[in-house]
Write a protein of this length. Structure first.
Lengths: 952, 114
């Protein structure tokens, strides 16, 4: 099966349980199990080739420019991990079916589990570090969902948050490290990086890359001082703990260290960082585990301890130690998953996980006792189980390790850790299962249904079989995986239960005897432990997180305290400071352009423009007056455009001005007519300083620009040269809009349409709320005019309607060659319709306007899109225009261009958008009885009719 | 001419920003309109000023043309700024009608939902 499919299957399969849960819990569990089984079979089909020493790979260029490729490869290490993830995953799925209660949403659980499984499989199969990082972050996210699965438990939520915070921030560090590594090696493909050991270790960036990558690995694998998240993650349901903390999540960090072992290991820095961290973690975890009364907490710290052991082995940097690490990964996964499941069984049966309330369970739960007993003995390193073999190998390696010149320190500490490990393993048996039967269990325990004990039984069978026949069962995969770790081809792996009287055996005997003795002294030892002052990791973590939260909150609240004018002022001040820095540090050079002459007319225009702007500021409290004044400013801007050779802009500005003012007038109708005085003098001064600063900056900048030539040749030459030849139009501005930059324009009309629809939506929601009643009972600000629809105006606008529409048509058609075009024509047509609304009333105009404005916007966008797509049929890119000329008899030469069709789309979109916006706003004014029966308020015919009647 | 235009841009910018810093929604909208005039003039002027050189090609004679590109960009900017003004007006109006208050600052006295 292709590696793509193996990696994708869990993700694809995650849909099934979510859907099939409606068909029952068995269906959900079965579908999840089938997906995992299928992926496992696919993996095993590739196994023979991998065990022969081949590497299976599947490659796909994803973003080759970034070096991010979907490259997967399967070697011995990948096979080992993927096998553990999928194999133990399958057992967990079965176990969880019987573990979870009826109240738990099981479909969700299995979906999360499959997402997590897919992310894990992705990590171990990736042959690209960027791809690996993607999966790495996915495991952090999906494990967050799994750990916090019991959303109603505060511990679950806190544990999930803590796990996410620790592992994801470690992941961030690792991204940095990986990028450095890829940069040094010149490739992001793992298979390439692994060949550049000398290059990487000689690089000055080796140390930062190593440290960052190790932070990622240590956080994931719960190494000291990041170990604290793991015990808190025990708030998860037991199947999750069994899965995440035996075979998967926490092993990801180990996997990464093993994967990068060929290039990163072998240096002093590696040895002291990794081996020391591993050793400290191993001892610390083992000591704490002994004094935990919660079964799962005991197992959690034992996991921390074993992870430390494996980390230490990887850190030693010798090939034999790497083989031992690989072997212990398998063994730990088997016995630890079995132990977690047995803890779950005890919890399920006795309704407590507290060792203090347990004991004597061997009489009540013989099956569970057998399974848990064997697994715990293996964890203690008692022969003939598999844990003994790998622990011997570990002690053997430790016996030869020299730490900082001392040949005794590391072995002694390792034995000390192993001693505690024996003690807590035996405690798991002695204080839970042995001893007399008690009478105060929360509920009377009994062995569970086979569905719950069979999965751990499978693992325990492996524990025994690997212990008895290591060469037959474990050798092929261990050798293959160790070869992949060391880059060697002949890893030495011949574990035996009896090696003769080696140092490792003596160390083992000391550990077992000492451990058993320590357990007997458990009560006094516990007293001593409790008397010792020790830092509580969660308290420290909470303090750090709390401080960070407070710091960021106070920073944010200082800047963003809810006062919009304050944000604007801060933003402005910042921009001014940056602009001043740019001005002070830059060099603008001398002016190079001759200035245009100042004429009397331009001075008049300037006075009008500047005067109206200043008057707006001076009289802004009178809102209607301010509106009139900005109308003046807009008009002057429009005239400036016209004067400065921009007729298209002048036309657009003046038509937009009309609709904007109408819009603001409509809005002002409902808003207060005056702005109260409320700014203090200091505040006014601040605002004045800021705005004058901004004005000086903007004015100075544009003055400097205008008096200098272009720094670089402008692309406008191209537009001028090709407008007629390529675009078929002499109005270059219009050709740019509909042709050269047609895609921009296409985006613009969509934005405009969206803006109009937003306005419509706001209107709908506001008019659907309590505001509507308030509007209906509204008292107008001023007394209403007696005649809302004066006859003169009604008649004039109706006469003007066809003329205005014809002007729009004229402007539209000439747009390609002369000033005009779709934008302006759309605005003019909109004004023609708005005039009817204003003169004859909303209801009258709406009755006669059959087409919905949404439809007009949509048609416009579709027409523009269809025109653009038309180019595809000629094998040309989107929006390539075509044109030709026809010369009909009796008429002038006439141009037919697809650009005109596109412009039609623009016309329709602008028309629809403007009208929808204004019509929505006008709906606020609707009141019952506002619609007049007749076209005009005073019907001239009616008077005639009364006269006729009177005459009779 | 350049001086006149630059000073006009400066004064429009200053007036617009002063009004944007007010505390009621209507002056802010008016200020935004003034600022859009300033920005549109600014962008237009980056093509440098020219008199009587509209970018309408003359098929029959050689002629000088002003830079058409800023004009095309400003043309769409004018239309889009209408769209923006319309949305802002709508939001301001709805906020005023719902809260019976047209302040733009959320202070502690008014509360977040006031």
């Amino acid at each position: 099966m292709s590696l793509f499919l193996i990696a994708a299957l869990p993700f694809l399969g995650a849909v099934f349980p979510a859907l099939l849960i409606r068909a029952g819990r068995n269906a959900a569990a079965a579908s999840t199990g089938s997906v995992t089984l299928l992926a496992l079979i696919g993996l095993l089909l590739n196994a023979p080739a991998v065990l022969r020493g081949e590497t299976v790979s599947a490659r796909l260029d994803w973003l080759p420019d970034l070096g991010l490729n979907a490259n997967f490869q399967l070697d011995g290490l990948g096979l080992l991990f993927a096998g553990l993830i999928l194999g133990i995953g399958l057992l967990i799925i079965i176990y969880a079916r019987f573990y979870l209660s009826r109240e738990d949403p099981m479909g969700q659980f299995y979906s999360f589990l499959l997402l997590f499984q897919g992310a894990m499989v992705g990590i171990v199969l990736s042959d690209n570090i960027l791809l690996l990082l993607v999966f790495w972050e996915l495991t952090s996210l999906s494990s967050f969902l799994l750990i916090g699965y019991w959303k109603h438990l505060p511990e679950g939520r806190q544990g999930a948050r803590m796990a996410l915070a620790v592992t994801a921030s470690g992941g961030l560090a690792m991204i940095g490290g990986m990028l450095i590594l890829g940069h040094v090696a010149g490739s992001y493909d793992i298979s390439v990086i692994l060949q550049h050991k000398e290059l990487i270790q000689a690089s000055p960036l080796y140390a930062p890359a190593l440290i960052l990558i190790l932070i990622g690995a240590f956080t994931k694998s719960a190494q000291f001082p990041f170990h604290f998240w793991l015990p808190h993650a025990m708030a998860a349901p037991t199947p999750v703990s069994a899965y995440l903390h035996s075979a998967t999540m926490v092993k990801a960090g180990l996997f990464l260290m093993a994967r990068m072992w060929p290039v990163l290991s072998g240096t002093e820095l590696w040895f002291y960082l990794v081996a020391t961290t591993g050793l400290v973690t191993m001892v610390l975890g083992a000591v704490i585990a002994l004094f935990k009364d919660d079964l799962k907490a005991l197992l959690a710290f034992s996991t921390v301890s074993h992870l430390g052991l494996i980390t230490m082995l990887l850190g030693l940097g010798t090939k034999a130690a790497a083989v031992a690490a690989v072997f212990h990964i398998i063994n730990h996964a088997t016995f630890k998953a079995a132990l977690f499941m047995s803890a779950g069984i005890v919890d399920h049966a006795a309704h407590t996980r507290s060792i203090r309330q347990l004991g004597g369970l061997r009489h009540l739960m013989p099956v569970t006792f057998t399974l848990a007993g064997i697994a715990a003995l293996s964890m203690a390193g008692i022969p003939p189980f598999n844990g003994f073999l790998s622990k011997e190998m570990m002690l053997e390696e430790a016996a030869h390790a020299v730490w900082a010149g001392s040949a005794y320190l590391l072995p002694a500490v390792a034995v000390f850790g192993a001693l505690f490990s024996v003690a807590y393993s035996l405690r798991y048996i002695a204080h839970v299962f042995l001893g007399p039967k008690r009478h105060d269990y929360p509920t009377l325990p009994h062995d569970p249904a086979p569905g719950m004990w069979l999965p751990p039984a499978v693992l325990v069978a492996l524990v025994v079989l690997i212990g008895l026949f290591p060469e037959a069962i474990a050798a092929p995969i261990v050798v293959s995986a160790a070869d992949a770790v060391t880059g060697d081809h002949h890893s030495y792996f011949h574990p035996k239960l009896w090696h003769g009287l080696t140092p490792a055996l003596y160390m083992s005997v000391v550990a077992v005897a000492g451990g058993a003795l320590l357990l007997m002294l458990h009560r006094p030892a516990e007293g001593l432990w409790n008397a010792l002052p020790r830092p509580e990791a969660k308290v420290i973590y909470d303090a750090i997180v709390g401080a960070a939260t407070r710091a960021s909150r106070s920073f944010t609240e200082t800047l963003h305290d809810g006062a919009l004018s304050r944000y604007s002022a801060i933003f402005l001040l910042f921009t001014l400071a940056i602009a001043y820095y740019a001005y002070a540090s830059g060099d603008i050079g001398a002016s190079t352009r001759a200035m245009q002459p100042i004429t009397a007319m331009t001075v008049v225009g300037w006075v009008c423009l500047v005067g109206s702007a200043l008057c707006v500021v001076a009289f802004h409290r009178n809102r209607l007056l301010a509106l009139v004044l900005i109308g003046v400013a807009g008009l002057m801007v429009s005239l400036s455009f016209n004067y400065l050779s921009a007729p298209d802009l002048a036309l657009t500005q003046i038509s937009v001005e009309v609709v904007s003012i109408i819009l603001l007038l409509l809005a002002l109708n409902f808003m207060p007519q005056e702005t109260p005085r409320e700014s203090s003098a200091g505040r006014k001064l601040r605002d004045a300083v800021l705005s004058i600063g901004a004005g000086l900056g903007a004015g100075g900048l544009i003055y400097a620009l205008m008096t200098r030539d272009f720094a670089l040749p402008s692309i406008s030459e191209y537009h001028l040269a090709n407008s007629y030849k390529g675009g078929g139009g002499t109005n270059v501005v219009n050709v740019i809009l509909v042709d050269f930059r047609g895609f921009d324009t296409f985006g613009e009309i969509i934005v405009l349409g969206i803006a109009a629809i937003i306005i419509f939506a706001i209107t709908e929601s506001v008019l659907g709320s309590r505001v509507r009643a308030r509007l209906l009972n509204r008292k107008p600000w001023y007394p209403l005019a007696g005649d809302a629809h004066p006859l003169m105006m009604v008649v004039a606008t109706r006469v003007m309607m066809p003329i205005a529409l014809m002007v729009a048509a004229y402007i539209f058609f000439r747009g390609h060659n002369m000033p005009g075009g779709g934008f302006i024509a759309g605005l003019i047509a909109a004004i023609a319709v708005v005039m009817q609304y204003m003169a004859s009333g909303f209801s009258w105009a709406t009755e006669r306007q059959g087409l919905p404005y949404h439809g007009i916007i949509g048609t416009g966008v579709l027409v523009a899109a269809a025109t653009g797509m038309g180019a595809w049929f000629n094998g040309l890119p989107f929006l390539t225009s075509a044109f030709g000329y026809v010369d009909p008899p009796y008429l002038d030469e006439f141009e037919l261009a697809t650009a005109a069709l596109f412009d039609l789309g623009v016309f329709l979109a602008v028309l629809g958008a403007v009208l929808l916006a204004l019509q929505s706003l006008a709906r606020f004014a609707w009141q019952p009885g506002i619609a007049s029966e007749h076209p005009m308020d005073i019907n001239p015919e009616r008077d005639e009719a009364t006269k006729t009647i009177e005459g009779h | 001419m350049e001086l006149l235009l630059a000073s006009a841009v400066g004064i429009l910018t200053a007036s617009g920003i002063y009004l944007i810093l007010r505390q009621r929604s209507f002056p802010v909208i008016i200020g935004l309109s003034l600022l859009s005039y300033a920005v549109n003039l600014f962008l237009f002027a980056t093509g440098r000023l020219a008199l009587n050189q509209p970018p309408i090609l003359n098929k029959y004679a050689e002629a000088a043309y002003t830079d058409p590109l800023p004009q095309a960009l400003v043309l769409t900017a004018i239309v889009i700024s209408f769209g923006m003004t319309a949305v802002v007006v709508m939001i301001a109006l709805s906020a005023y009608l719902s809260a019976r208050n047209d302040r733009i600052d959320m202070t502690d006295e008014t509360g977040e939902d006031a």
